[in-house]
Write a protein that binds this ligand. Structure first.
Ligand SMILES: *[C@@H]1O[C@H](CO)[C@@H](O)[C@H](O)[C@H]1NC(C)=O
Ligand SMILES: *[C@@H]1O[C@H](CO)[C@@H](O)[C@H](O)[C@H]1NC(C)=O
Ligand SMILES: *[C@@H]1O[C@H](CO)[C@@H](O)[C@H](O)[C@H]1NC(C)=O
Ligand SMILES: *[C@@H]1O[C@H](CO)[C@@H](O)[C@H](O)[C@H]1NC(C)=O
Ligand SMILES: *[C@@H]1O[C@H](CO)[C@@H](O)[C@H](O)[C@H]1NC(C)=O
Ligand SMILES: *[C@@H]1O[C@H](CO)[C@@H](O)[C@H](O)[C@H]1NC(C)=O
Ligand SMILES: *[C@@H]1O[C@H](CO)[C@@H](O)[C@H](O)[C@H]1NC(C)=O
Ligand SMILES: *[C@@H]1O[C@H](CO)[C@@H](O)[C@H](O)[C@H]1NC(C)=O
Ligand SMILES: *[C@@H]1O[C@H](CO)[C@@H](O)[C@H](O)[C@H]1NC(C)=O
Ligand SMILES: *[C@@H]1O[C@H](CO)[C@@H](O)[C@H](O)[C@H]1NC(C)=O
Ligand SMILES: *[C@@H]1O[C@H](CO)[C@@H](O)[C@H](O)[C@H]1NC(C)=O
Ligand SMILES: *[C@@H]1O[C@H](CO)[C@@H](O)[C@H](O)[C@H]1NC(C)=O
Length: 769
């Protein structure tokens, strides 16, 4: 406790009231509240057993971030969740019968016990399975004093490991954390009985001094043994289902077969806890199947039903597009049922879901001014820049559809996220694969540039979905991997003009100088397409022209289009003269995420003034690129794309987002909490740098070289060269399958083209995993 307060002293300077103490991470202005506002008047809409809003149960505290069952994890859960959050403790017993909170029977799962007691590894039978490890039954509680908790899930950050978080007893958790609700899970009663330790007496004696709201166990006999000894109005017993094929040790039946008789369960429990797949099963390829009748069945039996295994940082069904709120909503806000609670490692997300995002309608008014610009359409769901990606984006609520323009050999501008066809199409499996070449000017080591094929040839290829987080084995909608059709710029413009919900288009131009030297006047082609699609003398749809080359934007000076300058580098500041220079040719700017919130090893270290400086000169600021995949986000945002967006909008005041997942931004914009006078903590702002204060000095992320300041000379460019007069004749078919063999197909460097937009963000950080 003392340690904790010391650690947080600096953070506490930000905090203005006592209740803020809980809000470790979140800015203070947000706090007070919750209890009153949480019970939104949608109460009658909840299809839970008792009609109340579903509960959020924080498994081991905020175990998605901090070591499971640690003081910091529990406090963080309390500080970022609904006011009535239930704190979950996995109870284990020590040799001297002390009940501790620890996630696993084996203490080496999430602590450094193996370091302190090298020789005390044992082998025991656990439900008949020989198991090797460090077991709590071999240690008296006081022996565990030096042991500290660690992150047991290796994909999560290990930077909080050495921060002196001790193993806590159940009593410690109650005394120090003071949870509004307590849930004890007894995963192994049989094992402890076999070692002459009585979980039953421990729990009964605890129940005399501590208010226990829920006790769960996957063992029938344990629950039956205590049911008569507890006041069931105070303490609810919950039978926990494990895998359908797993065998329940006291009845020797599988959980799947126990599920068939809920009447039996009802004889000793008032609720059940099931893995989420019991309710929404997924097939082998991780697509959702229709939901089962389990929630309705349980409710019919008078049983509450809680769903487990909610985490933001493990792939879940593709149907949710990596949007964790979308997943929670399918459990608590569908037309047919709501579970009575969710067990989560990231309690901030279900808290926000329940208070801010349930019972929203697609047509609810947006609560905040925020322009949603796509990045290659809904490229999180479909191959970028295809008709499918654009249709989905429009359906999902995007305001502005983007088209990164490339040129074909026959001079047709079309939409594709890279000049190198290998990045975004199946060209390397096509007859054209052998025309690959090196293009030093574009940093392409082996590629096939779009202007080496005709439009007809390109249309003969298939698009390829982009998987920017392949390194973490996070795939995007594999079923649609090669679906959709390429669209020409004119077709794109015609489509966008016809969709009433779309307010504008953004055309991105890269490599204009290089293309001019190759005989392609891309800016002229864009102007011509806009004219022929009827955009030149209309005002209904906004037209944005985007480039990181000021020289390309200057070609559009005479038009009335909004010119958008992309500052592709991460910068820490911008000179006044640079702002003036940008202002001379653009009316808005695109920044990288790190130019707003710089980070080191994915931990925020501050906030720049760049947004404010640009806006004070009347330049609008958009930020790219927002992805739903948790690896794209700083840890401070809790692996929750909504928390991230909220911090950029409400915290940094940007005017728009550029995103692969427009549906997520559109849902954010409608969320009810934006309309609250006081922001609840699960919809609050993070203080950049606060997480660093939870770390031991030796585990602080290494300081990185500061980002540069953007100067005028970074922005000023010579004008585009004249378009070289080597216009290829349309239909000339020299680049065919018979073309002379060239170098083997490889991949272009990431630096080239628009591909870099979303990819470059984190490449520097990847080392930390
Ligand atoms: C919720 O209740 C408050 C006061 O009871 C009322 O002012 C508000 O309009 C209600 N909101 C909705 C969405 O029904
Ligand atoms: C701890 O247990 C969890 C859950 O079973 C598992 O995912 C994780 O890999 C384990 N970690 C260690 C270090 O054994
Ligand atoms: C448990 O107690 C019984 C009887 O007191 C004893 O026979 C047995 O050896 C003990 N088992 C263990 C694992 O200590
Ligand atoms: C449990 O069931 C299995 C087969 O279903 C049987 O082989 C085994 O003997 C049973 N064990 C007990 C303790 O009943
Ligand atoms: C289900 O359980 C109830 C209560 O224990 C029992 O009376 C009933 O026979 C069981 N039904 C089946 C089909 O086993
Ligand atoms: C999930 O997506 C797959 C593939 O698009 C689709 O077939 C399935 O019906 C979806 N599942 C649900 C429950 O919508
Ligand atoms: C190509 O890469 C080099 C070194 O990585 C870099 O300096 C240069 O700016 C890049 N050029 C382009 C066109 O991206
Ligand atoms: C415009 O949209 C309507 C329906 O919204 C559709 O029927 C029509 O074909 C579209 N026109 C074009 C040119 O796409
Ligand atoms: C521009 O608008 C005028 C009047 O609205 C119309 O007559 C003209 O045809 C339009 N020009 C083009 C190129 O569409
Ligand atoms: C930059 O501009 C701001 C506001 O326009 C002004 O307050 C500040 O002093 C200027 N900085 C410099 C170095 O001129
Ligand atoms: C920004 O625009 C507002 C109104 O459009 C104007 O009053 C103000 O002077 C402008 N500021 C700058 C720095 O251009
Ligand atoms: C276009 O393809 C030809 C082979 O057909 C190749 O020699 C040339 O280098 C390619 N141009 C570029 C820019 O890749």
């Amino acid at each position: 406790m003392r340690h904790f307060l010391r650690l947080f002293l600096p953070a506490m300077l930000y905090l203005r009231s006592l209740s803020c103490l809980l809000v470790l991470l979140l800015s203070c202005f947000s706090v007070t509240i919750v209890a009153a506002q949480t019970s939104n008047n949608a109460t009658t809409k909840w299809l839970t057993l008792n009609g109340d809003a579903p509960l959020v149960i924080a498994r081991g505290g905020f175990s998605g971030l901090f070591p499971d069952s640690s003081y910091d994890a529990y406090m963080m859960a309390m500080g970022t969740s609904l006011a009535n959050v239930i704190i979950w403790c996995d109870v284990q017993l020590t040799k001297d019968g002390v009940a501790i909170c620890f996630p696993d029977l084996k203490l080496n799962n999430a602590s450094d016990i193996d370091f302190y007691f090298k020789n005390k590894k044992s082998k025991y039978f656990v439900n008949g399975v020989p198991t090797l490890g460090w077991f709590s039954i071999d240690f008296n509680f006081k022996d565990l004093a030096p042991v500290t908790l660690r992150q047991g899930v290796y994909s999560r950050t290990e930077r909080f490991d050495e921060s002196q978080q001790r193993i806590l007893t159940v009593q410690d958790v109650v005394n120090q954390v003071k949870p509004p609700g307590l849930w004890l899970n007894i995963q192994h009663d049989t094992f402890f009985s076999q070692h002459n330790l009585s979980m039953r007496s421990s729990i009964i004696s605890l129940s005399r001094s501590v208010l226990i709201n829920y006790i769960s166990s996957p063992e029938v006999n344990f629950l039956r043994s205590i049911v008569a000894r507890l006041n069931r109005r105070i303490t609810k017993l919950v039978f926990r289902f494990l895998g359908q094929e797993d065998v329940e040790p006291s009845t020797n039946q599988t959980y799947g077969s126990l599920l068939k008789n809920l009447t039996f369960i009802k004889t000793f429990a008032s609720g059940i806890l099931v893995p989420k797949s019991y309710i929404w099963p997924v097939d082998n390829s991780l697509y959702l199947q229709p939901y089962t009748s389990l929630v309705l069945d349980a409710h019919k039996e008078g049983l509450q039903i809680f769903a487990s295994e909610f985490v933001n940082d493990v792939p879940f069904a593709y149907n949710y597009s990596y949007d964790p709120i979308s997943e929670y909503l399918s459990f608590v806000d569908n037309d047919d049922f709501s579970v009575d609670g969710v067990l989560s490692d990231f309690p901030v997300t279900p808290s926000a879901t329940i208070d801010c995002f349930t019972h929203l309608d697609k047509n609810d008014k947006t609560q905040v001014k925020l322009l949603i610009i796509t990045s290659e359409g809904a490229s999180g769901d479909y191959p970028g820049c295809t008709d499918l990606a654009y249709t989905k984006a429009a359906l999902d609520g995007a305001d502005v559809l983007d088209c990164p323009v490339q040129m074909t050999k026959d001079g047709i501008p079309f939409c594709l996220g890279s000049i190198n066809l290998i990045d975004k199409t199946t060209v390397s499996q096509s007859p054209f694969h052998n025309i690959a070449s090196t293009v030093p000017e574009l940093n392409i080591t082996s590629g096939i540039v779009s202007f080496n094929l005709t439009w007809d040839e390109i249309k003969s290829l298939k698009p390829e979905i982009t998987n920017p987080w392949l390194e973490f084995r996070l795939y995007r909608n594999p079923k649609a991997r090669n679906e959709g059709n390429f669209v020409s710029l004119v077709d794109f413009l015609t489509y966008a003009k016809n969709v009433t919900t779309v307010s504008g288009v953004m055309i991105s131009i890269e490599n204009a100088a290089y293309l001019a030297n190759q005989g392609f006047g891309v800016t002229a082609a864009v102007l011509e397409a806009l004219r022929s699609a009827g955009y030149d003398n209309q005002t209904a749809k906004k037209v944005m022209i985007q480039s990181k080359d000021s020289s390309a934007l200057k070609e559009f000076k005479k038009s009335r289009y909004e010119l958008v300058y992309w500052i592709a580098d991460n910068i820490r500041d911008i000179e006044n003269s640079t702002v003036s220079e940008i202002k001379s040719f653009a009316s808005s700017v695109i920044l990288t995420k790190k130019s707003v919130f710089p980070s080191e090893s994915k931990f925020l270290v501050g906030k720049t003034d760049v947004v404010q400086k640009l806006q004070s000169s009347n330049l609008s600021v958009y930020v790219q690129c927002f992805n739903n995949e948790f690896v794209s986000q700083a840890w401070d945002f809790f692996s929750d794309s909504y928390v991230e967006i909220n911090n950029y909008i409400a915290g940094a005041g940007i005017d728009g987002v550029i995103t692969d997942f427009p549906g997520t931004a559109a849902r954010y914009r409608r969320n009810r909490c934006l309309g609250y006078k006081d922001q609840p903590p699960y919809h609050g702002l993070v203080d950049p740098g606060v997480l660093l204060q939870f770390m031991a000095r030796q585990l602080l992320p290494p300081a990185e070289a500061p980002n540069p300041i953007l100067t005028e000379s970074d922005v000023v460019e010579p004008p585009l060269p004249p378009v070289a007069k080597i216009i290829p004749t349309a239909g000339n078919n020299s680049a065919t399958a018979n073309a002379a063999p060239t170098s083997p197909i490889g991949h272009s460097s990431v630096g080239a083209g628009i591909l870099a937009c979303c990819l470059s963000i984190l490449l520097a950080d990847l080392g930390i995993f």
